[in-house]
Ligand binder design. Structure first.
Ligand code: MG
Length: 253
């Protein structure tokens, strides 16, 4: 099933997507819900980010080729950082370049949506705690990341966490192609097979530090090919089976 959120009569509505059509969901996607008939054409609805996370836990340098392009070592244990929930936007919303940075970059990533609360989750039980997957862009002010030493500012600006277009609850992304195009030109191409720490290891590791809650989002790291985005650019990130996350870049004034 594909779960999304969309605007209906100025209200945010949870829904589902099937074969070009969107329908409402009644109830709570994390507990009990039912699907109503899908009859709205997708191109007639304005989508929002598919989830409103309590926290966004991110993994740095989880692909060897990306660590190499920044001339940093591959970590021996997962490198965790956080993005604030206020950085989330949906597909077709604008990434706003902040005036403090001269070097904002795209990072195409697979995102895991947590479905159930858990702490000290065993690796073999991880799938019980995952609602599904979506696409993320871990937008990063690279110059500020270097300047600050830690990454809260560089990763935390409003609009720096595009998520979407929907959550797929059936995909098993062990070898899914990730591509990122800027203005139609391919910048990043990788596969989730090349993650240093796979999803099951990441969820176990994070849950040994903090309780994971329904709706929390885990960004699993980016393959090689990150690069600068400029005002007017269109960023399209595709993950096989998950659709396309598309955002325009604009300037904050
Ligand atoms: Mg990243």
């Amino acid at each position: 099933m594909k779960i999304l959120r969309y605007w209906s009569a100025n209200k945010l509505q949870t829904g589902w997507y099937n074969d070009g059509l969107v329908g409402p969901i009644e109830g709570d996607i994390f507990t009990e819900f039912r699907r109503l008939e899908a009859k709205l054409p997708l191109d007639k609805v304005k989508l929002a980010a598919p989830v409103n996370p309590g926290k966004i836990i991110c993994i740095g340098r989880n692909y060897g080729a990306h660590a190499a392009e920044h001339e940093v070592e591959v970590p021996q244990i997962p490198l965790l950082f956080l993005k604030p929930p206020s950085s989330v936007i949906g597909t077709e919303e604008n990434i706003i370049l902040p005036p403090q940075s001269r070097q904002v970059e795209h990072e195409a990533e697979l995102a895991v949506i947590i479905g159930k609360a858990g702490r000290w989750i065993d690796t073999e039980d991880v799938s019980d705690y995952i609602l599904g997957y979506t696409i993320a862009n871990d937008v990063t002010a690279r110059d500020l990341q270097r300047m600050d030493g830690q990454w809260t500012r560089a990763k935390g600006f409003d609009t720096f966490c595009p998520l979407g277009p929907w959550i797929d609850t059936e995909l098993n992304p062990v070898d899914s192609l990730i591509t990122c195009k800027v203005n139609g030109e391919v910048r990043q191409m990788g596969t989730t097979r090349d993650m240093i720490f796979p999803v099951s290891h990441l969820i176990t590791f994070i849950s040994s530090v903090m309780t994971l809650l329904p709706g929390d989002v885990v960004l699993t790291g980016t393959p090689a090919g990150v690069g600068v985005i400029n005002s007017g650019d269109t960023i399209e990130i595709e993950i096989e089976g998950l659709g396309v996350l598309k955002n325009l870049v604009t300037v904050d004034r």
